[in-house]
Design a protein around this ligand. Structure first.
Ligand SMILES: Nc1ncnc2c1ncn2[C@@H]1O[C@H](COP(=O)(O)OP(=O)(O)OP(=O)(O)O)[C@@H](O)[C@H]1O
Length: 640
């Protein structure tokens, strides 16, 4: 019940539609019983016993015609009210589906990396489709059927009782048995439906991961294994669906048996009632009774079905509520974030920053000052905390201790929208949309100017969404592509910036994908630009062009370039080295070479490796440069 209460805000948006619709159902149900009354009058008229007196004249043709018209009028009236119901309740349930989907999507946009690291995309997709449909079915079909059943039972029992309390008692004795059995079966259906739905989520997630990882699957030639795994999951889904269908069969047979029994008994007792001397129970009344009871069979069958629709709908709503209840790890703290802060220059400072994940210390007491406009290079072995350092700046998470500041403001006092609007990150694995190159680059430009998504409001009467300008400024896109060293490549494509990319930019090479992501970050003209190992897939010539572009970009903004290659880092104003989460070296290229630490060793080995590349007669060093290089970039053991 508690979980139902959480659905009320959506139902309240459509109170009027539900009230009108539900009243219409109740009227239609009651009107549906009128024809049996008219049939009773006709039969009793025909048998000449309209008042129980054989001397009373029977039915005239005109009266019979009136009754016939009455039957038609009742059918038309019931049909009209059912139409009113559909126009209100079914429409309201569709609108609620729209509103819930809109709010879910808007809420999902507020969730952070932490949530998406754990969620499975296929499962999320299944919730947004399958579960949402189950909720809609409960709010539409389920809602009007409940009223149909309740009003059907009340009106039918009132009529039956007025006709014969003895016959009604028989019905009263049998109905609870039927309803009990149906409810039991409905519960079974519900359990089996949930199992099938869970398998559906798994299978969707598996398919989605297979499509996303198509390159890996092909690369490892494991299609057969994938097909076999998928077949097994699909088979399990079939098994669960068949188990679901199996409960349906007995339900119908049992229902027919019990109803047959009920009608047999009524025939027996009803016949005796009519034949009793001096009885006021007429043939017409008997026919009306049986007709009214017959009207109850559908609502009775529906009880089980509706219970299962309601339980299924609630189970699905709980799965959707889990999404609504998820909160980003980092949020603006009310009263703490200074909303006047709209722009940032890009002065970064970290003061004794430590970050722990459980027992592991990922960043250890890091203190660092990066004045605005600095081109900062960051290097260190894999797993040494470079990516995490960048993530602290966008507040993907907060440090366990210490303070991160930008322009002297503690990050927790800067509104997240201002902070993230001022920083662009090029992640290690860039994601490109199935759209044109221009739109992929211009993707983030207008983001800050877009109107907020109004949630929790009714779609009824809401203004249509504004036409959002989708084409980014071509000059800005072009300039960003030039700075990212992508322009020549794009100009070589027949359709230039209008070239469409596959969902993951599959038509582009790894280096082109990286550069598209760099252009996307640059085009926003952020105060701080973070590139996380974004030049790993480009050749040295392209790398030089990009670094030149970045130096141009870095005028007036802070650039943080995470890289493993000395050739990428050497032109940075400042370079820092992280090892096992600690900042171990800091200075210019020349300073660090003079220090003779990790950076100097990296430089020596990379130089040696490139010499070896071009030399057929390698230096007779037993530990080859390549081996040592690998050693230097080995994953680091984090401090425990
Ligand atoms: N969400 C997380 N939960 C637990 N540990 C994490 C999480 N994110 C990162 N780590 C750990 O933090 C450490 C630093 O990771 P980070 O990604 O910063 O390394 P990196 O220096 O960028 O490495 P690479 O050069 O390979 O990209 C790693 O040991 C990683 O496993």
């Amino acid at each position: 019940m508690d979980s139902f209460r959480t659905l009320l805000p959506y139902l309240r948006l459509h109170t009027r539609q539900y009230v009108i619709g539900l009243i219409a159902v109740a009227i239609a149900t009651a009107v549906n019983l009128i024809p049996f009354y008219l049939i009773r009058l006709t039969i009793d008229g025909l048998t000449g016993q309209v008042d129980g007196n054989p001397a009373t004249p029977g039915l005239t043709v005109a009266t019979a015609g009136m009754y016939a018209l009455g039957v038609v009028a009742a059918a038309v009236t019931a049909g009209f009210f059912m139409l009113v119901m559909r126009r209100n309740i079914v429409v309201a349930s569709r609108q609620s589906e729209y509103e819930i989907r809109r709010d879910l999507f808007a809420h999902l946009q507020t969730l952070d990396k932490h949530y998406y690291d754990r969620a499975r995309t296929g499962d999320l997709m299944n919730r947004l489709t399958g579960d949402l449909s189950a909720v809609r079915e409960m709010l539409g079909f389920g809602a009007w059927q409940i009223v149909n059943i309740v009003s059907g039972f009340i009106s039918a029992f009132a009529v039956m009782f007025s006709l014969s309390w003895q016959l009604t008692l028989i019905v009263v004795a049998i109905v609870p048995v039927i309803v009990g059995v149906l409810s039991y079966l409905a519960r079974q259906i519900n359990v089996r439906h949930r199992l099938a739905q869970e398998q559906n989520s798994l299978i969707s997630a598996r398919a989605q991961e297979n499509f996303s990882g198509a390159r890996v699957v092909k690369g490892y030639a494991i299609e057969d294994r994938e097909i076999e795994d998928y077949r097994a999951m699909n088979l399990e889904l079939l098994r669960r669906n068949i188990a679901l269908t199996k409960v349906d069969g007995p339900l119908r047979s049992f229902m027919s048996l019990l109803l047959g029994l009920a009608f047999g008994l009524i025939l027996l007792v009803g016949g005796r009632l009519i034949l009793e001397p001096g009885s006021t129970f007429t043939v017409g009344m008997f026919v009306q009774f049986v007709g009214t009871l017959e009207r109850l069979t559908f609502p009775m069958l529906m009880i089980g079905w509706i219970t299962s629709i309601a339980q299924r709908g609630m189970a699905s709503w709980l799965r959707l509520k889990e999404i609504f209840d998820a909160q980003p790890l980092v949020q603006d703290e009310p009263g703490r974030a200074d909303t006047r802060l709209q722009t940032l220059r890009g002065d970064i400072s970290l003061e004794r920053v430590t970050l722990r994940y459980g027992e592991s210390t990922v960043l250890d007491d890091v203190t660092l000052n990066v004045p605005a406009g600095t081109f900062l290079g960051v290097t260190g072995p894999t797993g040494s905390g470079k990516t995490v350092l960048g993530q602290l700046l966008t507040r993907a998470m907060d440090p366990t201790s210490g303070t991160v500041r930008i322009d002297g403001h503690d990050l927790r006092t800067i509104p997240l929208s201002t902070l993230r609007g001022a920083i662009s990150v090029v992640p290690q694995e860039p994601f490109l949309f199935g759209d044109s190159i221009a739109n992929n680059i211009g993707f983030g430009i207008e983001a800050r100017d877009l109107p907020g998504v109004p949630t929790g409001v009714s779609v009824v009467g809401a203004p249509p969404p504004d036409d959002i300008p989708q084409t980014p400024d071509p000059a800005r896109v072009r300039n960003a592509a030039r700075l990212a060293g992508l322009l020549d490549d794009v100009e070589d494509f027949p359709q230039g910036f209008d070239t469409m990319l596959g969902e993951r930019g599959v038509t582009l090479s790894g280096g082109q994908r990286q550069r598209t992501a760099i252009a996307r970050a640059i085009v926003r003209e952020p105060a701080i630009l973070i590139l996380d190992d974004s030049l790993s897939a480009v050749d040295t010539e392209t790398e030089r062009r990009i670094v030149d572009g970045l130096r141009e970009v870095s005028r007036g903004r802070t650039v943080i370039l995470i890289a493993h290659r000395v050739s990428t880092l050497r032109h940075a104003d400042q370079i820092i080295v992280l090892e096992g989460g600690r900042l171990t070296e800091q200075g210019s290229h020349d300073d660090l070479l003079a220090r003779g630490g990790h950076y100097a060793q990296l430089e020596r080995l990379q130089r040696l490796a490139s010499d070896l590349d071009g030399d057929d007669d390698p230096v007779g060093d037993p530990e080859t440069a390549a081996d040592q290089l690998e050693h230097l970039t080995q994953p680091q053991k984090v401090n425990r």
